[in-house]
Design a protein around this ligand. Structure first.
Ligand SMILES: *[C@@H]1O[C@H](CO)[C@@H](O)[C@H](O)[C@H]1NC(C)=O
Ligand SMILES: *[C@@H]1O[C@H](CO)[C@@H](O)[C@H](O)[C@H]1NC(C)=O
Length: 340
């Protein structure tokens, strides 16, 4: 064989094997490195929901500012619905006096399923000067709005000074809420939880609005528009999920993608970091609210150390009135936060 022909066969071999690799990469799920996903720009994946000029795009749509002033709040949503995936944003909250201000980063399908919607929430509740913002998470499935699964946390950093990452991993059997890549909450689907585990495609939302009548000390401290506009900054918007057509709800998602998300679990290091964090910063959990749920709901895996933390705390620590307005940006409204 001449030099040319062996070179040719070499080239053919290379082309052939890269083709094989390409084909295979569609079938063999590669483990997703959640930290290395690419952010999408606003135009590519999102759409404004409300608040006309109170939504501003910066850095070619890689950063989004939504603001609240005396006229209106503001918000945006993903263009697609997603069945499972990883959803994340870097968020910087408004500084200074922010009582009554609510910023929400959440998934919901309240527009599609009015009576039996699913929802996964991060909600940030503003505060009076000198008191910190608080963050709460919640999970609803198939319209379980009468069955709150709230948890509330203190921040271990100033969320108004810098951007921090807030992420939700949602798979068929597990939900993880992360802050700066540390899980703060894990919900593992149990048989008993049944349809209360979110199972229908959801959109991703980001909103800022006036929660004067419930958000801070149960409505005692209202939004003061002297300090407006209140601006929440969003960057590193990541959507990595099985997109579903909003019209016919057909999924482009094949079975292996669903399996892929299901295979992502918190590492043992992450779980021990989560435990530590919760011991220090968890201030309320429905799992330890004996006044509300005399026996902890079935999915609660009661941690004795956490239980000790909340012994005798009961419902007095918080109110549970859930506002559930018709307007889409109100969909994330959650419990009244009576405790500061
Ligand atoms: C937040 O996520 C972005 C994008 O994934 C990453 O570049 C950045 O380092 C993360 N920041 C923190 C504080 O974890
Ligand atoms: C979800 O809610 C709907 C409407 O309330 C009900 O008909 C359906 O049976 C529920 N689904 C499951 C799996 O429980």
């Amino acid at each position: 064989m001449g030099y040319e022909s062996s070179l040719l066969s070499c080239i053919f071999f290379l082309i052939f094997s890269s083709l094989l690799l390409l084909l295979n990469s569609h079938r063999v799920p590669l483990p997703v490195n959640l930290q290395s996903l690419t952010a999408l720009s606003f135009e590519d994946a999102y759409t404004q929901l409300f608040g006309d000029s109170n939504l501003m795009l910066l850095r070619d749509g890689k950063t989004v500012h939504i603001s609240l002033d005396e006229r209106t709040g503001s918000g945006f949503a993903s263009q697609d619905l997603y069945l499972h995936g990883f959803f994340s944003a870097s968020i910087k909250l408004p500084s200074d006096y922010a009582a009554g201000v609510v910023v929400a980063f959440y998934m919901s399908n309240g527009d599609v399923f009015e009576k039996n919607h699913d929802e996964l929430d991060f909600e940030f509740l503003g505060n009076i000067r000198g008191r910190e913002w608080r963050v709460q998470t919640n999970v609803y499935g198939n319209g379980s709005t009468g069955f709150g699964r709230e948890e509330r946390y203190q921040f271990w950093f100033d969320p108004t000074e810098d951007f921090h990452n807030y992420s939700i991993l949602w798979s068929k059997n597990r939900i993880l809420f992360y802050i700066d890549n540390i899980p703060i909450r894990e919900v593992v689907r149990t048989e008993a939880m049944a349809a209360h585990f979110p199972s229908k495609p959801m959109s991703l939302y980001a909103t800022i609005w006036d929660g004067s009548n419930w958000a801070t000390s149960g409505g005692r401290y209202k939004v003061n528009y002297k300090y407006a506009p209140y601006i929440a900054e969003f960057a590193d918007l990541i959507l990595h999920g099985c997109a579903v057509d909003p019209i016919d709800h057909l999924s482009t998602c094949r079975g292996h993608e669903t399996k892929l998300y299901d295979s992502i679990t918190a590492t043992s290091d992450q779980l021990s970091a989560m435990k530590k964090l919760r011991r220090k910063h968890l201030t309320y959990s429905y799992c330890y609210d004996g006044d509300r749920y005399p026996t902890p709901p079935p999915e609660c895996s009661v941690d004795p150390r956490e239980a000790e933390q909340f012994e005798g705390a009961g419902s007095g620590r918080s109110g549970h009135r859930r506002r559930h307005g018709k307007r889409r940006h109100r969909a994330a409204a959650a419990v009244a936060a009576k405790d500061l």
